[in-house]
Unconditional design. Structure first.
Ligand code: ADP
Length: 405
């Protein structure tokens, strides 16, 4: 059997291509970086060999094929590349936004998988063409090297129908696939496994509420290793207050805006790009650090943004705690969840009602993975750094090891 070791992870977005090359033996990051502003005159490449300082320079990358070519040339560059030739890459794992109902787990890419991916483009019109484009670019450059699609939605496919369906007539689900899918699945999955490891248990023994709090944020109620519910929906717009996204609204807000004369694209832009902390905070920033600082200085709009953020989060944690009939742990991850002790501290009072007692010193001073609840807290509060790229690499490794002889 062929020994699988080097895995390249690709996250191909609409105007960027992020990459990480791993040696799976020891889970070592050999190189990572991105090409950004693809298609524009100001395209730029950031490259980091292992833990060396980052290199950054402008590049000519009119499209994703050209961006990938630049990345691969850098990986094999004589003298300071990290591999001798591209044939050393054993498999490529791709982050794919949407698996719809067709993919309940990661899939080895072949013609039939590509065809199925094409039928899912309407569920992620901004991301899916770029995700599929990334796979095709790798097929061109790497030839026979296996590609694996790892879906943001897959981990949430275990949701029961009463959690995943909207209360609309069934024909809208059947005709258009309108239902809750959930996102950040790779992160919720990684954190579920890492929490079990941290607590010395199996995922099948634990009920946890995972809170991925970044610029985009979502929560999941994970019961014995399977998702029971999650806060994002048909798209990543639903749920909690995010950096620039509004999260849940009365759907009639959209109708009102339409009747006020706004187009679908204008409303899309408003709700996805101009709302959330950015829209409410009044400081032209979607960054939690700025919100926290301005709220501490007493700026009313920043206080309102932080209070709304906390209120909605407590609402979801409480709901998921109840759906799980009690939880063993509440877990924080993502840029805010891992780094902002001030944001986590805003939850402390209300979480105590669930028997989850945050230790203020541990919350302030520790960095993850760590416990931030007191020793006698009935429910553990943990900070567990996520690593979506490593999770994609691991899933790719597993699938390729199983299927390629
Ligand atoms: P994305 O969804 O883009 O991956 P991230 O997970 O990187 O987002 O999270 C970005 C958020 O994390 C920002 O709101 C930022 O304020 C917050 N953040 C990142 N680092 C810190 C830090 N050291 N302290 C407080 N907040 C931080």
């Amino acid at each position: 059997m062929k020994q699988i070791d080097k895995i390249l992870v690709i996250n191909s977005g609409s105007s960027s291509l992020k990459f990480t090359l791993y040696a799976m033996d020891g889970e070592e990051k050999l190189a990572s970086g991105l090409v950004e502003r693809i298609g524009s005159k100001s395209a730029n490449m950031v490259y980091r060999r292992g833990n060396d300082p980052k290199e950054e320079h402008s590049v000519d990358a009119p499209n994703h094929d050209a961006a990938l070519k630049l990345v691969t040339e850098r990986l094999v560059a004589p003298g300071n590349g990290v591999i001798g030739s591209l044939s050393e890459v054993d498999a490529i794992g791709h982050r794919v936004l949407h698996g719809g109902e067709l993919f309940k787990e990661a899939a080895l890419v072949n013609d039939s998988v590509l065809q199925k991916l094409n039928t899912l483009v309407h569920l992620g019109p901004l991301h899916m063409p770029a995700n599929i484009g990334g796979i095709k670019a790798c097929e061109k450059i790497f030839g026979e090297t296996p590609n694996v699609a790892v879906f943001d939605t897959a981990f949430h496919q275990s949701m029961p129908d009463y959690a995943s369906h909207y209360a609309l007539p069934d024909e809208y689900y059947r005709k258009y696939g309108i239902r809750k899918y959930g996102f950040h699945g790779t992160s919720h999955h990684f954190v579920t496994l890492a929490t079990a490891e941290f607590l010395g248990k199996k995922p099948e023994e634990l009920k946890i509420v995972t809170c991925h709090l970044g610029n985009g944020s979502s929560l999941a109620a994970v019961k014995y290793g399977k998702v029971l519910d999650t806060s994002m929906g048909l798209t990543p717009l639903a749920g909690v207050v995010m950096g620039t996204r509004c999260g849940n609204l009365d759907p009639a807000v959209v109708l009102t805006l339409i009747r006020e004369g706004m187009s679908a694209d204008e409303i899309d832009n408003l709700l996805n790009k101009k709302s959330g902390l950015l829209g409410v905070g009044g400081i032209n920033s979607n960054d939690m650090r700025d919100i926290v600082k301005n709220a501490a200085e007493g700026l009313p709009s920043a206080c309102l943004a932080l209070n709304m953020w906390t209120h909605r989060l407590v609402f979801y944690i409480g709901a998921y705690f109840t759906l799980l009939s009690g939880a063993d742990a509440i877990v924080f991850t993502g840029g805010i969840g891992e780094n902002s002790w001030q944001a986590r501290a805003t939850l402390a009072d209300q979480l105590s009602a669930l028997g989850c007692i945050i230790d203020p010193e541990a919350n302030k001073n520790l960095r993850g993975p760590c416990r931030i609840s007191t020793a006698d807290s009935k429910v553990a509060a943990l900070v567990i750094p996520t690593d979506e790229e490593l999770m994609i690499a691991k899933e790719t490794f597993d699938i390729v090891s199983k299927t390629i002889k």
